[in-house]
Design a protein around this ligand. Structure first.
Ligand code: ATP
Length: 462
């Protein structure tokens, strides 16, 4: 079966969810208690994959740019921040309930599904007289539903102790703009990058880790002179697309979607989404926005601090514009999993396998959770094979696997995307060589044990 056919399969997402669970990538949170909707836990391999993704992002954004620095700000912040940012007032989704089956929907999604313009002002929405898509029941009027999670800080649960879990990481960067500017040798243009958790009480979560209520963002805010904003918007738009491609994502599945003027959020001058062709309706992987001087102007107003930069050379004082790149770790992880998922004719030699096809996860080497699997052909070779593992594990993430038939072990490592499987056989005792199999080409090399480090360093580029 070819890759394309398998992805058009109706059950494709079920296959991904099942693989993710079976092989320890992603679990439903709190599963033994029946699960909690829209929260997921990353298992032993999922955490390795997601961390590799974050490492690749930090390398691309911080390590390779001398004008981008990192930050890790708090999840809980001063409540006034959400007043200044507009989240308290405007961070809401338009919501309708079905009066019969009690299901809840986003009004904009219902309109979109009908091919109507997503104008969900109550009066406009009423005009269309839409019915519940599940049971055809009558819908309530549209209500705004704030997506921020609220909690209390301190011992008293009162209005004055109300505080929010951040719905985006961006604000933590804006409120530290002055700190970063004054403590680092940065000059406009420069960026601040941050990876961290964000929380949104989404009304219609779903599609596995695509839309969750607790998720992780990778955001970079780039501060520029207003006259350079268009140029930087274009630069970052291209750079971000190139990043997904550099990690092996299928070019045919990726595209830009520019926001039309009437679709732009109030703070944005220009916006584009990088979309991945997920096997469901939602598409957005990452957003690139020209946020103008909105954020720093708002924080200047609300904090009463001067957030302008003083450009001595140009003899000019101004509030920088911000170009934002805002992606989700979980959506990217899901997209890479989907993209890498490939069904091939049986090739592992696993005699117990019930199916004629096997799954190979063709993850980019930098993303693969396990880089090299060390597989002794027999338990009798345990001691010597383990010495090879002990040597290689100091250099990269390896797995030592001695249980089950060799076919079963190959199959497992194909399914989790291990780029190289190394077998230690009886000849290895004599010739001090092992066989290394390449996941994608299936080519086998006989490599001297003492040359293994160099062999892999060359192939992993590190
Ligand atoms: P959508 O329209 O899909 O709700 P958004 O436009 O609200 O997304 P942003 O606020 O721009 O998204 O957030 C930036 C990125 O954070 C998104 O591109 C996405 O990758 C990620 N993200 C946003 N909401 C969620 C969520 N509920 N679950 C997982 N990732 C999310």
């Amino acid at each position: 079966m070819t890759k394309k056919e398998s992805k058009n399969d109706d059950n494709f997402m079920e296959k991904i969810v099942s693989l993710a669970k079976r092989r320890g990538f992603i679990f439903q949170s709190s599963e033994i208690y029946g699960g909690i909707n829209s929260i997921y836990d990353y298992g032993p391999l999922g955490v390795l994959l997601k961390n590799n993704l974050k490492k690749a992002w930090l390398k691309e954004m911080v390590q390779l740019n001398d004008n981008v620095v990192g930050l890790d700000s708090g999840i809980l912040m001063h409540p006034k921040i959400w007043e200044a940012s507009g989240h308290l007032e405007g961070f809401s989704d338009p919501l309708v309930d079905c009066k019969s089956c009690k299901k809840r929907f986003r009004a904009d999604h219902l309109l979109e599904a009908e091919g109507l313009k997503p104008d969900f002002r109550p009066s406009e929405f009423k005009k269309h007289d839409l019915k519940c898509p599940e049971c055809d029941g009558e819908l309530t009027d549209v209500r705004d539903f704030n997506l921020m999670f609220k909690t209390f800080m301190g011992a008293l649960e009162s209005k004055t102790s109300e505080i929010y879990l951040r719905p985006e990481t961006a604000q933590g960067i804006y409120v530290n703009f002055q700190n970063v500017f004054n403590s680092m040798k940065v000059k406009i243009p420069f960026g601040v990058a941050q990876i961290g958790k964000a929380f949104r009480n989404e009304i219609t979560p779903g599609n596995f880790v695509f839309r969750m209520r607790e998720f992780e963002q990778m955001e970079m805010q780039f501060f520029v002179h207003p006259k350079d904003a268009d140029k930087w918007f274009k630069t970052w738009q291209e750079r971000r697309m190139a990043w997904y491609l550099s990690l092996g994502m299928d070019k045919k599945k990726l595209k830009f979607r520019d926001h039309k003027k009437d679709e732009l959020v109030h703070y944005a001058k220009q916006a584009t989404d990088i979309e991945y062709d997920f096997p469901f309706q939602d598409r957005e992987l990452e957003g690139i926005h020209n946020r103008s001087d909105f954020d720093l102007t708002q924080h200047e107003k609300h904090s009463k601090q001067d957030l302008k930069v003083n450009d001595l050379e140009a003899k000019e004082k101004y509030i920088p514009y911000i170009i934002e790149t805002s992606g989700g770790c979980d959506r990217a992880t899901l997209a890479f999993l989907i993209d890498a998922y490939t069904e091939v004719e049986t090739r592992s030699g696993d005699k117990d396998a019930k199916h004629e096809t096997e799954v190979v996860l063709k993850l980019h080497k930098d993303l693969a959770p396990i880089k090299v699997a060390i597989l002794p052909l027999s338990k009798k070779l345990d001691k010597e094979a383990r010495q090879v593992y002990d040597m290689l594990k100091t250099e990269r993430m390896c797995d030592y696997d001695v249980t089950g038939s060799i076919g079963k072990r190959y199959r497992r490592h194909d399914e989790i995307g291990t780029p190289y499987c190394l077998t230690f056989d009886f000849d290895s005792l004599e010739d001090k060589k092992v066989t290394v199999r390449d996941r994608d080409t299936m080519k086998q090399d006989r490599v001297a044990i003492e040359e293994l480090s160099d062999y892999f360093r060359e192939r992993f580029n590190q």
